[in-house]
Design a protein around this ligand. Structure first.
Ligand code: BTN
Length: 247
């Protein structure tokens, strides 16, 4: 059995593996009709992937995990934002004096360097795989022209992959409980208070179109509102760029 069962973290049954190609793929082997709430972490991930077909490089001691979550399609963009918020708050708890920001929709940056990324992929119907990579011990060197990366260790935070995994899932559970009880509005305000590039000019690649405008806010669905020359556009999915921060 390549996966060893550890224990429960909040509602998720936690498995850990010595090495997988991608936790976003391997999680599918652990989900069955009886249990849909699984989290799978791996010490090594040999073919990790990021958004837009990028690869996600491995480094010893970093965290790679995927958990499953039931999300109705109408809630999807809000959950995409809430994962980023949970991650940013888990990082902020370890680095209270640092500038921790969320780059739309859910990348977390510290002191303008990327520390983690999130990849949502559909498993079936309303069941989603949420894959997260966090630079715990090291920051991979990325291609020229890409954003700079950092790690929790480099910034002085003393934690390890399993401790951070627990802290994140407990934070996510707490945020989702708040969402279910109080709705999106207060969490949207929290998200906006940590947003990178808010009220600034940004360019967003939506399929093959580049749209440039001012990042005004999020709407109640979690969509980004972009003020272009003569109108305000709702952006559901895309990749955000600034001059300084190409991706
Ligand atoms: C991004 O910023 O482009 C998203 C990166 C997501 C990486 C994580 S690592 C765990 C999970 N397994 C993968 O293959 N990708 C995600």
């Amino acid at each position: 059995m390549p996966y060893s069962y550890k224990n429960k973290i909040s509602r998720w049954d936690w498995y850990d593996a010595p090495s997988v190609t991608s936790t976003n793929d391997s999680i599918k082997e652990l989900i069955d009709a009886k249990n849909q709430y699984i989290v799978l972490s791996a010490k090594r991930q040999t073919k990790g992937r990021g958004r837009r077909g990028n690869s996600w490089q491995e480094m010893e001691g970093n965290l790679y995990f995927t958990y499953s979550c039931e999300i109705a399609l109408k809630d999807l963009s809000r959950y995409v934002c809430l994962t980023g918020l949970s991650l940013a708050l888990a990082v902020k708890n370890l680095l209270p004096a640092n500038k921790v920001e969320i780059k739309w929709p859910n990348d977390v940056f510290v002191e303008d360097k990327k520390i983690s990324g999130i990849l949502f992929e559909n498993i079936s119907n309303n069941l989603w795989a949420i894959g997260i990579g966090v630079n715990i011990k090291g920051a991979p060197k990325l291609a020229a022209g890409s954003y700079a990366a950092t790690s929790l260790k480099e910034l002085g935070a003393d934690t390890d992959r399993t401790e951070f995994l627990k802290a994140y899932l407990e934070m996510f559970e707490d945020i989702i409980t708040q969402y279910e009880h109080k709705g999106f509005a207060p969490l949207k305000e929290k998200w906006l208070s940590l947003a990178k590039n808010l009220n600034k000019e940004v360019s967003i690649k939506v399929e093959n179109n580049l749209k440039t405008g001012i990042f005004l806010t999020l709407d109640d669905n979690g969509y980004l509102l972009l003020k272009t020359d003569n109108k305000t556009e709702q952006i559901i999915v895309g990749d955000l760029f600034t001059d300084k921060n190409r991706e």
